[in-house]
Design a protein around this ligand. Structure first.
Ligand code: GDP
Ligand code: MG
Ligand code: ZN
Length: 312
C-alpha cells in the first residue's frame, strides 16, 4: 500500500499519519535519512507535514508504514533548541491559521505580548485571528475596552472573535471558522486555551494542551506534538505561549515589515528605509497622529526596536 497523508502526531521516533480529512491515524516510521532542504533542523518530519508513505499490507504497530518523502511545506514554525543554538526544531508545518488567545482580564492583557505573537505569525506566513476569550467576565463592565480592542486589531487587519469557554458564547463561530483548517493555538498560560478546545469538542481528552505544556518545560525537546480533530471539522495544534511558538529574531529594519498596517503606510514615507521614529515626511508617524494606525500597535513597535538595541 502507499499514499500521501498528514503527520498528526510526532513522538520523536515514530509518527501517526492520517489521510485528512479522514481521521484514521496509523503508525509510521522514517526509513534511513530524509533531509530537509537547506535545514539545520533536528527533526526532519513535523506534525502537519504532508508525507508519502508505503507499507506491506495494512500499517500496524508491528509493521508501521514507512515515510519516504516530505512534501514541500507552505509554512512552518520553528523553535530554537537554545537561544544560542544554531539548530532548530520544527514544531509544526502547513498551518492554515493561528488563533492567538487573549483575555482583557484574568490575566490582564499584555498588548506587547500579543503584538509579538502577531509579528511571529507574519514572519512565518501564518494568517492570524485574535480570539478574545473570557468575555463573560468583563463584557458588561468593559464594553468600551472591548470596542477599543476591536478597533486596534481589526484596524490592523486581524479578525477578532469574542468567546467564552465557560458560557459557550462565540464557540460555534470559532468552530465554523476552523472547519477543515489546521489551526495553531497559542497564547499565554491561563487565557483558556485548553478550556476552549474542550468547549469546541467536549469529547476531547481534558489533558489537551497539557501534554505539550509539560513536555516543553524539559530543556531537551525531542518533540511530542500532535493535532486534535475537532468534531465540527478542523484540527488544533496547541503550543504554549511564545516560547513554544518560537521566538524569531529580527533585525531592526525588518520589524516594521511585519506590522501589516505600517508596511502599507510606509510606501508613502519620504525616506527608504525609514525607521518611522524621527524621519521627516514619515507616513507611518502621520498615520499614528491621524489615528489610522493605533498608538498601541505603534508603541509595541517602538518596544521591539528598543529590545533589539539591547542585543547590540
Ligand atoms: N470565566 C471564564 N473562565 C475561563 C474561561 N476560559 C477559561 N477559563 C478559566 O481560566 C483558567 C485557565 O484556563 P485554561 O484553559 O487552563 O488556560 P490555558 O492555560 O490557556 O490552557 C481555568 O480556571 C478556566 O476554568 C472563560 O471563557 N470564562
Ligand atoms: Mg492549557
Ligand atoms: Zn516612516
Amino acid at each position: 500500500m502507499e499514499g500521501t497523508a498528514t503527520v498528526v502526531k510526532n513522538a520523536g521516533s515514530h509518527y501517526l499519519l492520517s489521510a485528512l480529512p479522514v481521521w484514521a491515524p496509523f503508525p509510521a516510521v522514517l526509513k534511513g535519512k530524509i533531509r530537509l532542504k537547506g535545514g539545520s533542523s533536528t527533526n526532519p518530519v513535523a506534525v502537519g507535514d504532508q508525507v508519502r508513505w508505503s507499507s506491506e499490507g495494512e500499517p500496524s504497530l508491528q509493521a508501521p508504514a514507512v515515510i519516504s518523502e516530505v512534501l514541500d511545506r507552505k509554512n512552518y514554525v520553528v523553535r530554537k533548541s537554545t537561544n544560542l543554538s544554531r539548530t532548530s526544531h520544527v514544531i509544526a508545518a502547513n498551518i492554515d491559521r493561528a488563533y492567538l488567545i487573549v483575555t482583557l482580564y484574568f490575566p490582564q492583557i499584555k498588548l506587547a505580548f500579543l503584538d509579538r505573537l502577531l509579528v511571529t505569525c507574519e514572519v512565518y506566513g501564518i494568517p492570524a485571528t485574535v480570539v478574545l476569550n473570557k468575555v463573560d467576565l468583563y463584557r458588561d463592565e468593559c464594553a468600551d475596552e472591548i470596542a477599543d480592542f476591536r478597533r486596534i486589531y481589526e484596524g490592523a487587519g486581524y479578525p477578532v472573535i469574542e468567546t467564552s469557554a465557560l458560557t459557550g458564547e462565540g464557540v460555534d463561530a470559532l468552530r465554523a471558522d476552523m472547519a477543515d483548517k489546521v489551526i495553531l493555538l497559542s497564547g499565554e498560560s491561563g487565557v483558556g486555551k485548553s478550556s476552549l478546545v474542550k468547549a469546541l469538542d467536549p469529547s476531547l481528552d481534558p489533558k489537551v494542551g497539557r501534554i505539550s505544556d509539560v513536555h516543553l518545560q524539559g530543556k531537551h525537546t525531542t518533540s511530542l506534538y500532535e493535532m486534535y480533530p475537532i468534531s465540527g471539522g478542523g484540527y488544533v495544534i496547541d503550543t504554549p505561549g511564545l516560547r513554544g511558538f518560537g521566538l524569531v529574531h529580527l533585525e531592526k529594519e525588518e520589524i516594521p515589515l511585519y506590522f501589516p498596517e505600517m508596511l502599507r503606510a510606509s510606501r508613502a514615507c519620504r525616506f527608504t528605509p525609514c525607521t518611522h521614529t524621527h524621519e521627516p515626511g514619515c507616513a507611518v508617524k502621520a498615520a499614528v497622529e491621524a489615528g489610522t494606525i493605533s498608538a498601541e500597535r505603534y508603541n509595541s513597535y517602538l518596544g521591539m526596536l528598543e529590545e533589539d538595541k539591547k542585543f547590540r
